[in-house]
Design a protein around this ligand. Structure first.
Ligand code: HEM
Length: 448
């Protein structure tokens, strides 16, 4: 069974039609040829954009000369009211300094410390589930949000402020996709946009809540009573170059992005991984076996025993990369294969197309977690796999997410058997992240 894939549009459409399709869903707005092209140039009288699938060129953009391909200012257009000057939006020296303060909190040793909080969130999720058919996406979001609050601020999602932040975010994401249309295409000012006033109001409410949490933590740090979690670690780290730390206001920007980038993405991956397991019973049984053994003595040092589970999660990230596309901008004219891109051109990097590229993967649309144990699979993994991006601007939470995903699958699959619901095949669409158009419906029964 081939996992669901969105339909592609016709090869040639007018700019107007493209913009309209794009606004509905960026995945189905693209032509099928992007699954086999090394690069595609999109040329209009107003702008040029380049979608890049060529692994060599991707390496130049992301690994070798990332500073020459900064994030476009337009990414912030809709997100800035919520994210302020967060590390997701900044460039140049400010960004470098922010990464120097944030990165140590996500290193291996710290992940070991956050493991008990992640495990507790997984066990709470499994205990919350009930038998029967249900849309699993809301539960996946709830669980991923719980992981973020427990690891960052040592509070469960049931904490009053955490619940309010979570509820407000749900509201926010209905009005503001992370893949801002304006970031991809410099659309004219008069083109209908999202509900701006509503988005700003929700952003203000979320920031007020996060400010309470962050200011409270700063007071605890000063009083010497702060718990040893990610927030404390980041707020007490000094930049080794300048000696500066984050002020409360700067930390609010970072907390907003940790929550936004860290829970929606993990929730999307978890929900798709569960769907893939529900529709591939043999793989599900293999995961359940690993999970049962692991859960008898769940320790950070034993995570390596969840080998197949990890490959399932990897495969879910390949087929349904939560962040399907990213955008950069050329700082000066650039040679892009046989074309010259002018300064200021949009460069689109698409995990979605790269991960299903017909010339870079065997059986690109099939679910095959076993592929990572083969030589060809490992080659594709090196060349054509970037669910967390790569290079200097790689996701700060990549290692965190690769512990969280398999662990949540293990806590759930040790207790539950899942199967698909007839007539409810999910259609992937890009909202804030890659989600299913009408939810991911699964039928749950308790395992003996
Ligand atoms: C399965 C889960 C996740 C996926 C697939 C994912 C994916 C990504 C991708 C593709 C980017 C690069 C975006 C771009 O360059 O435009 C990114 C950036 C980022 N992610 Fe994640 N992410 C995940 C989980 C997390 C978690 C758990 C956290 C934090 C707790 C996090 C924090 C961030 C931050 C702060 C950035 C901005 C980094 C920068 O620009 O320097 N992410 N993520």
């Amino acid at each position: 069974m081939i996992p669901p894939k969105p339909s592609a549009r016709a090869d040639k459409v007018s700019l107007w039609r493209y913009l309209k399709l794009f606004r509905q869903d960026i995945l189905s707005a693209q032509p099928a040829k992007l699954y086999r092209a090394w690069m595609a140039e999109f040329r209009t009288p107003f702008f040029r954009s380049y979608l890049v699938n060529d692994p060599k060129l991707l390496r130049v953009i992301l690994n070798e000369r990332p500073m020459d391909f900064p994030k476009s200012d337009r990414i912030g257009e809709g997100l800035r009211p919520l994210l302020g000057n967060s590390v997701f939006l900044t460039n140049g020296e400010i960004w470098q300094k922010q990464r120097r303060i944030i990165d140590p909190a996500f290193e291996g040793g710290r992940l070991r410390d956050t493991f008990p909080a992640m495990l507790a969130a997984g066990q709470a999720a499994s205990a919350r589930l009930s038998e029967g058919a249900q849309d699993i996406e809301p539960e996946a979001s709830h669980t991923a949000a719980d992981v973020i609050f427990r690891t960052l601020f040592s509070i469960p999602i049931e904490h009053e402020t955490a619940t309010q932040v979570f509820d407000q975010f749900r509201d926010y994401q209905r009005t503001q996709p992370i893949l801002n249309l304006a970031a991809f295409i410099p659309i004219p000012r008069w083109f209908p946009r999202f509900h701006r006033a509503r988005t700003k109001q929700t952003a203000r409410a979320i920031r007020a809540l996060i400010t309470d949490l962050t200011a409270g933590r700063m007071a605890e740090i000063n009083a010497g009573t702060a718990p040893d979690d990610l927030a404390t670690k980041i707020m007490t780290t000094r930049d080794p170059v300048t000696g500066d730390g984050f002020s409360t206001e700067e930390m609010v920007d970072q907390v907003a992005i940790f929550f936004l980038a860290g829970h929606e993405t993990s929730a999307s991956a978890l929900a798709w991984a569960l769907y893939l397991l529900a529709t591939h019973p043999q793989a599900q049984e293999k995961v359940a076996q690993e999970a049962k053994t692991f859960m008898q003595d769940p320790q950070f040092t034993r995570l390596s025993t969840l080998k197949f589970t990890r490959d399932v999660f990897r495969e879910a990230l390949r087929l349904y990369p939560p962040v399907p596309m990213m955008v950069r901008q050329t700082r000066c004219p650039e040679q892009m294969r046989d074309r010259t891109a002018p300064k200021g051109a949009q460069v689109v990097l698409s995990p979605w197309h790269l991960h299903r590229h017909t010339r870079l993967w065997d059986n690109p649309d099939g679910f095959d977690p076993g592929r990572y144990a083969t030589e060809t699979g490992r080659k594709s993994l090196r060349e054509a796999y970037m669910p967390f991006s790569t290079g200097a601007r790689v996701c700060t939470g990549a290692a965190f997410a690769m512990v969280e995903g398999p662990l949540l699958l293990a806590t759930l699959l040790a207790d539950w058997h899942i199967s698909p619901v007839d007539g409810k095949t999910p259609t992937p669409v890009a909202h804030l992240t890659v989600r299913a158009k009408e939810g991911i419906h699964l039928s749950l029964t308790k395992r003996q």
